[in-house]
Design a protein around this ligand. Sequence first.
Ligand SMILES: [Zn+2]
Ligand SMILES: [Zn+2]
Length: 164
Amino acid sequence: MFIELDSLFNQGINSIKLNYKFDFSDEEINGVFPFTTPVELKGEIKNTSGIVTVSADITFSLETVCDRCAEDTKLDFVIPMEHELVSSLNNEETDEYILVEDMKLDIEQLTLEDIFLALPVRFLCKEDCKGVCFRCGANLNEGPCGCKKEIDPRLEALLGLLDE
Ligand SMILES: [Zn+2]
Ligand SMILES: [Zn+2]
């Protein structure tokens, strides 16, 4: 999905509205294909006194599994897309700008890149997910599993000292 930027850079157009839905259902993350619903992009690309910026919100959900308890998990995200677009670079390589030499912006690719940059390292069903018991595998969010708690030997020694 390419957007023509020539009108914005060279023909006095001030703004191009962005309102897209992208299908990323063939994108894999950690062995699952979590984009089961379309990814929405809403915002605009504008030219403000010669500075061309893209400013939008990327709204999407991921259907994945919790990295701690392995339960199915649906996570909702809204992440900002903020970039400055330039048609040429005076200096060397930089990450601060997106170069659109041929006046074409691959907005779909940019959306995907921004999503991957913003995703958390781990997906959790909830902030305080208790995970599974490492001995019996029970989901500890559903209550204690009945395994005997092991006391850290160092803690045990300390408790022994307190008893004396
Ligand atoms: Zn979990
Ligand atoms: Zn257990």
